[in-house]
Design a protein around this ligand. Structure first.
Ligand code: PLP
Length: 462
């Protein structure tokens, strides 16, 4: 038997899965029991034919999948994969390169160096910033903040890599009230603690209030780290970068920007103004598996001063063949052995070009506005945020009166069960809301309209 036959099976299953995305129920339909019956049990002694294993994964697995890559998935802020990115991801797996060292994969090294440079240009960041390809926004935040920790303590005459944090000068950490949990989690991992942060007030859209930062900075004597946000996970709003970064830098603080999805706004002329000044920060986190629509897991850590990134992350050992002047991936990220996850990023950027990325961002924003206009025009349905990017927050009055929070939660459950589209809920300013996020390349106006009809039906407003 052909040992490569499972690859052909996988291709067929992948085509059929992707082909079904626009037609199938968006939510998973399999029960836990049926999935456990298919996949549970004891590990066999004898094993099984590899082709059958691939068939089993597809046959029994698909009913338990969420159609996140489909055109009517609006949950969280995650887009599906573009075919070119998926294809490049397959090659990445087929090539099976260890992307830690140049000598182990010159091709991946060059692809990642180029993709990094392109990303910097596309996002309007300093072109020679250091770029590390990590697993996601969480690790991009970790990498940026680890570099900040190292650089701030360096300046204070303390080598954290050698000495650790015991006895080190204190680092003051400033975040907005709307800080994402992954920033707090990164601070935790870095020994900076998530409860000792100083929080700065935010406005009605969740943007940090510049006038509120000054007094907080005044209380920070010594090394200071300021974490800003581009793209609030609820409203999509971005902190006013220009005044905030100016104030932080006047205080000699390091500024890190969590821009997991919001930083993509800088790739379009129509949304760039919202991020005015973001390029002046010291480090940035952005996700490729969100709005650039590459497969998981793909985040990007960017640091203005590449030497600092390498100093914080890099490693050496006698058996490692480091290539002076060439890009060894291991020096840019916390990982050691690593898949060449910059390859799908390279492929999608090459395929779309600047205009294509801009069109992707614009299209999603336009679809979000359409959701806002269609839903907001219906009596008893309220859009809570300014739809400035790809996020829409909605609340529903019960047609017969009653508890708006409870009814809004109920509408969300009904929509999820209905299966036409999928979206989730959130709390915004002490209110339950439906959160709609348009982050996929393949959502059409018709998908929006079908979804709006389903939502209104579930809200008793059809
Ligand atoms: C999604 C998100 C993250 C975390 O990114 P992952 O890729 O899920 O690790 C961090 N910050 C913001 C603002 C996000 O939207």
């Amino acid at each position: 038997m052909d040992p490569l036959a499972p690859l052909d099976r996988a291709l067929q299953h992948a085509r059929s899965w992707i082909g079904s995305l626009g037609r199938r129920q968006v939510r998973p339909t399999a029960s836990l029991e049926s999935l456990e019956a298919a996949f549970g049990g004891a590990l066999s002694e004898e094993g099984q034919d590899p082709g059958e294993v691939v068939d089993l994964l597809a046959r029994a697995g698909e009913p338990g999948l969420m159609a996140t890559a489909g055109p009517r998935f609006f949950g969280f802020v995650i887009g599906g994969s573009q075919p070119v990115a998926l294809a490049a991801d397959w090659l990445t797996s087929a090539w099976d390169q260890n992307s830690g060292l140049y000598v182990l994969s010159p091709t991946v090294s060059v692809l990642e160096a180029t993709a990094g440079r392109w990303l910097n240009g596309l996002l309007g960041l300093p072109v020679d910033s250091g770029v590390g390809f990590v697993t996601g926004g969480q690790m991009a935040n970790f990498t940026g903040l680890a570099t900040a920790r190292c650089a701030l303590l360096d300046r204070a005459g303390w080598d954290v890599s050698e000495q650790g944090l015991f006895g080190a000068p204190e680092i003051h950490v400033v975040v907005g009230e709307e800080v994402h949990v992954t920033v707090l989690r990164a601070l935790r991992y870095l020994g900076l603690g998530q409860a000792r942060v100083k929080r700065v007030a935010t406005d009605a859209q969740g943007r940090m209030v510049p006038a509120a930062l000054g007094p907080v900075l005044a209380g920070c004597k010594g090394p200071t780290l300021v974490c800003l946000q581009a793209g609030n996970i609820n409203t999509g709003a971005t902190d006013p970068m220009e005044p905030l970064i100016a104030a932080a830098h006047a205080h000699r603080a390091w500024v890190h920007v969590d821009g997991a999805f919001g930083l993509w706004g800088a790739a379009s002329q129509r949304t760039r103004a919202q991020l005015q000044g973001v390029e002046k920060a010291d480090s940035w986190a952005v996700d490729a598996h969100k709005w650039l629509n590459v497969p998981y897991d793909s985040g990007v850590a960017i640091v203005r001063d590449e030497a600092l990134l390498r100093r914080a992350m890099g490693t050496s050992a006698s058996y490692l063949v480091k290539s002076s002047g060439l890009r060894d991936g291991v020096d840019f990220v916390p990982e050691f052995s690593r898949r060449g996850r910059g390859t799908p990023v390279y492929a999608v950027l090459r395929a779309l070009g600047r205009r294509g990325v801009e069109a992707l961002v614009d299209r999603c924003c336009a679809r979000a506005r359409r959701f806002g206009e269609r839903l907001g025009g219906v009596p008893g349905v309220h859009v809570l945020n300014e739809v400035v990017l790809n996020q829409v927050l909605v609340r529903f009055d019960p047609p017969g009166g009653g508890d708006v929070d409870a009814f809004t939660r109920q509408v969300i459950s009904r929509v999820q069960a209905d299966g036409t589209c999928w979206l989730g809920g959130s709390r915004w300013r002490n209110q339950d809301v439906m959160r709609i996020s348009v982050s996929g390349w393949n959502t059409t106006e018709e998908d929006v309209d079908r979804s709006v009809s389903a939502i209104l039906r579930c809200a008793g407003r059809a």
